[in-house]
Design a protein around this ligand. Sequence first.
Ligand SMILES: [Mg+2]
Length: 218
Amino acid sequence: MCKKVVVFDLDDTLYKEIDFLKSAYRHIASLVSNANAPEEAVYELMLNTYQTGGNAFEETVRQFGFRLYSVQWMLCVYRHHKPKITLDENTWQTLEQLKANGVTMGIISDGRLQQQWNKIEALELMKFVDKKNIVINDIEDRFKPDRRSFRFFMDKFGKEADYWYIGDNTAKDFVAPNSLGWTTVCLLDDGRNIHRQTMPTGANMDVRHINEIPKIIG
Ligand SMILES: [Mg+2]
């Protein structure tokens, strides 16, 4: 039987990136709050500003008149905080099932190293994915659709294996794996994604729910 290698994107594929943002805002609000700036009010202002397309940190510093806390400091906390995020039940069960089926799993994600690893740790993804099969591209030159992170898996597991890439970003996720002969699957936006999807998605197939994946892989 052919070896099956299923590689996932991270943000808005294995969890919703908006939950990371909310976790960071919550943490920042708890750090800066005082008698004149209650935690809940700071959090709500940040979230509302973000949702209406404004700069959440600039607006927060301006409206509450913070002197000790700068926009730059907030950005730093945003990137380095340990997020309170979890895998949802469906995703957990999907990964458990793939693992039980003997599927080799991996992750390819673009972003800041510490930020992405903090997410991976919080989500307990290393229960399912070997650390050596997690590729974080933190240099723009290597961001998807660059092929190098996909080739890494092909060099490691060989030409005979079957490869899948599961992602959400219709602009960049599927170009490289399609060109390398992988089967690509787009997890459709349920309305919570940060990046809007275009139709057609560019993937070989689209799924509404992540728990459709084990059936597709077989
Ligand atoms: Mg994504």
